[in-house]
Design a protein around this ligand. Structure first.
Ligand SMILES: Cc1ncc(COP(=O)(O)O)c(C=O)c1O
Length: 409
């Protein structure tokens, strides 16, 4: 995703990272306002996770989960089920990226309905502006136009509905009666940081009962305390989803790992019929990943990261409201906890176009902080171990970058 003119530049080539700072090849150090890529929730270089990975690399360098299990993957699966809620969830499928895990969930939903005699239920609904990855199946489910047509992505069995519009959801489900295998949602849409409303979550749960689809929560970004309410944001829903997808912070960003956590009733359809899901990956559920998952969960608890995230979120509410009030180029802020977007407007009040947002991201980098662009916004996704002083520093650097961009125009 890096334009060619930015290749080979020392200032854009990271060399090391520690805590919430990243050091670049040119010697510069920047505050990481993106938690890596929204995945290093506990900061860079956590020593407990590093030691657990090193131990597994020495003693179980490759043990996979394709045709036999390994003890560390078993422990990781137990850890994930315990974190997601053992009263509801019972089984785990390992994968290697958020995109691939979304594809596992789509396969699982279609297979589940076929086992129940509904082979025609193949349609998967996602949300407008939803992001689920760029591998072919996940790319179909990702709404933003990132070249799906050019790449020949097959979207015949995928559709999108607007978030937070219960009426439109009901209309589309009625039109597709008996055909929808799954509805896949992010509890907070990462792109633009848009939380699902309580009313919309209620509509998802009601329509699930009426229409029989599996509700899949893509918690690749929202998981591991990112929103500050619970380890997984869907723990706050009045009824849990059928399938929960996690990745990113599951190993604190250290390894290519993902998991699909499956409810007891859905898993039972497979186990009771002796059905085997047609999915496996060489590098999924390795012993090294298992060790990282268990160590990350232990560190999340030891550092009380969910509580910290909640506190940081309250602090962000205040400092971002001030930024919106005071900065003429900031039109508003959205999001929750430690997943935020600062929406940018041109002086005339129109949303900023993508090339200008990229320029703002560059100006913020020059000011000393790393943030990612979103549609008409920059995204603030700090690690949950930030101090409030570091958070103030981040917002000040973002403000300085936006100001410098405004002056340069
Ligand atoms: C909600 C969500 N799902 C899926 C993905 C895709 O994950 P990956 O880049 O590991 O394929 C992302 C990545 O940002 C994401 O935020």
């Amino acid at each position: 995703m890096l334009p060619h003119d930015r290749h080979g530049r020392a200032a854009l080539c990271a060399e090391s990272a520690s805590g919430v700072r990243v050091c670049f090849r040119d010697g510069s150090m920047r505050l990481d306002g993106s938690s890596g890529l929204w995945n290093s929730n506990l900061g860079h270089g956590n020593p407990v996770i590093a030691d657990a990975v090193a131990e597994a690399m020495r003693n179980a360098s490759y043990l996979g989960s394709w045709s036999y299990e390994n003890t560390r993957a078993r422990a990781a699966a137990r850890t994930l089920v315990d974190m997601a809620g053992p009263a509801h969830y019972s089984r785990v499928l390992f994968s290697t990226s958020g995109g691939a895990a979304n594809e596992v969930a789509m396969k699982l939903a279609r297979h589940y309905h076929a086992l129940r005699g509904e082979s025609d239920r193949k349609f998967v609904l996602g949300l407008r502006d939803g992001y689920h990855g760029l591998t072919y199946g996940a790319f179909a489910l990702t709404d933003a136009n990132l070249g799906q047509r050019m790449y020949g992505v097959d979207r015949r069995l995928v559709g999108h509905v607007p978030a937070n519009d219960p009426d439109r959801l009901a209309t589309v489900l009625r039109a597709l009666a008996g055909k929808v295998a799954a509805v896949v949602v992010e509890p907070v849409l990462g792109t633009g940081a848009v939380p699902l409303t309580a009313e919309y979550v209620a509509a998802l749960l009601t329509t699930r009962r009426e229409h029989g689809f599996l509700l899949v929560a893509d918690e690749v970004s929202t998981g591991y305390g990112r929103i500050g309410n619970a380890v997984f944001e869907t723990a706050g829903w009045s009824e849990p989803p059928d399938v929960l997808i996690t990745s990113k912070a599951m190993t604190n960003g250290t390894l290519a790992a993902a998991a699909v956590v499956v409810s007891g009733p859905v898993a039972a359809e497979f186990t009771e019929r002796g059905a085997v899901l047609g999915h496996a990956e060489t590098q999924a559920g390795t012993a090294v990943v298992g060790a990282a998952v268990v160590a990350t969960a232990a560190e999340l608890r030891r550092l009380d990261a969910v509580t910290k995230s909640h506190r940081l979120g309250r602090h962000l509410d205040v400092v971002l409201a001030r930024l919106v009030d005071e900065h003429p180029l900031v039109a508003g802020s959205t999001g929750a906890g430690c997943l935020r977007a600062v929406h940018l407007a041109r002086a005339a009040g129109t949303p900023m176009p993508p090339n200008e947002v990229e320029a703002v991201v560059g100006a913020i980098r020059d000011a000393g902080a790393l943030v990612h662009p979103g549609p008409g916004c920059v995204q603030l996704v700090p690690a949950l171990i930030y101090t409030e002083d570091e958070l103030d520093e981040l917002v000040a650097l973002v403000s300085a970058g936006i100001t410098a961009h405004g002056r340069a125009r």
